[in-house]
Design a binder for this molecule. Structure first.
Ligand code: SAM
Length: 344
């Protein structure tokens, strides 16, 4: 089979085929889509202060795709975009009744890796399914180990239940990463306790710099709460010696090692943007493709799902060329969209 590369101009639908390499769409900066984040549902059992402004939990989006449609969409994206890794996210993916059907369906697809991003509230309940399906990695979002601060930030759920979920995943041998969004007022004093908790369990902690999404795009909350990589490292440096280590070229995280203890990372959207090597594509729960978190432009995949395969792939390649053109060149500018809609 001839292997070709579609070289797509970022701002222009014109594209050319090169003779070598995998059949993927590449932009003028050499970026392609490799990682897909699939939002299973926009519904969530939390209402985190940085995600929703009013404390009201989000409901499922209108006309969300079924599990079968989502699995079909992922299969098409593997073929049309060269997707290698899938992360199931949301909203809260474990909340969706579709999860039980979708997980085995995507595990059967030719993907190098399938992982789940969850707030962990339902992990114990879904553990047998996750372990039985053969999932090897899980990313859990947890911003504090303090029950009161937990309630204030998440505005839903129960800390002890999440921690039971973590133990269950570790006992089953899964690789666990924890995502924490450090915020100056709400939880920056939890950075060290969280790091120690993770070191003690062989978990890699990822600090996600607060992003200017949704209601944080304007107003004071972002300015008051932003706690960036320099400050995180200064705080950790008072207690541990750390050294920066290599990360995969398209990793979103800057990684550090603390000898004898473990590793941690910082997803430094603001301090050290990674747009120039971004390989992420997002599919929302109601079928919109997003090429960039910092761009509200979206492309409707739903009509593609009704087409015969060859037509579907041809149409999808047009959408993907546009979605790739939506990526920012330099850094994260912020956007009106929120993670819950487009899959964090
Ligand atoms: N419910 C799942 C969870 O909690 O992991 C998946 C969806 S959640 C939107 C995915 C990730 O996005 C979480 O780790 C959350 O902390 C992060 N997130 C949401 N809004 C954010 C923001 N404005 N800045 C930084 N991270 C954000």
């Amino acid at each position: 089979m001839q292997r070709r590369t579609l070289i797509a101009d970022e701002h222009d639908a014109k594209a050319s085929w090169a003779d070598e390499g995998p059949r993927v769409i590449v932009d003028a900066q050499g970026r392609r889509f490799r990682n897909l984040r699939l939002s299973l549902t926009a519904a969530c059992n939390y209402a985190c202060t940085y995600c929703v402004p009013n404390g009201r939990r989000l409901q499922a989006a209108v006309a969300e795709l079924s599990a079968a449609q989502m699995a079909q969409a992922v299969a098409l994206l593997i073929e049309a975009a060269g997707i290698e890794k899938l992360r199931i996210t949301g909203g809260e993916p474990l909340l969706s009744p579709k999860f039980d059907e979708l997980l085995p369906a995507v595990m059967a697809l030719p993907l190098a890796d399938v992982s789940i991003t969850t707030n962990g509230q339902l992990l114990v309940r879904k553990a047998d399914l996750i372990v039985g399906a053969g999932v090897r990695r899980i990313n859990l979002s947890l911003d504090t180990l303090d029950a009161e601060a937990f309630r204030a930030i998440a505005r839903g759920g129960d800390l002890a239940t999440v921690l039971q979920g973590v133990e269950r995943m570790l006992a089953a041998g899964l690789k666990v990463k924890i995502n924490m969004v450090p915020m100056r007022r709400s939880n920056s004093q939890q950075i060290l306790p969280m790091l120690e908790y993770c070191f003690a369990r062989g978990i890699e902690l990822r600090f996600i710099e607060l992003m200017k999404m949704g209601h944080l795009r304007n107003g004071n909350q972002f300015v008051q709460e932003f706690f960036g990589m320099d400050e995180i490292l200064a705080l950790i440096g008072q207690h541990y010696e750390y050294a920066r280590t290599d990360a995969p070229w398209d990793s979103t995280a800057v990684r550090f090692e603390v000898p004898g203890k473990g590793a941690f990372g910082v997803i430094a959207n603001e301090s050290e943007p990674f747009c120039s090597t971004c390989t992420r594509l997002r599919l929302s729960s109601n079928g919109w493709l997003y090429g960039c978190l910092s761009n509200a432009r979206r492309h409707d995949m739903r009509p593609v799902l009704g087409l015969p395969r060859a037509q579907a792939l041809a149409r999808l390649r047009q959408l993907l060329t546009r979605a790739l053109g939506d990526k920012q060149s330099l850094g994260f500018r912020g956007e009106v969209t929120v993670m819950k809609f487009i899959g964090g």
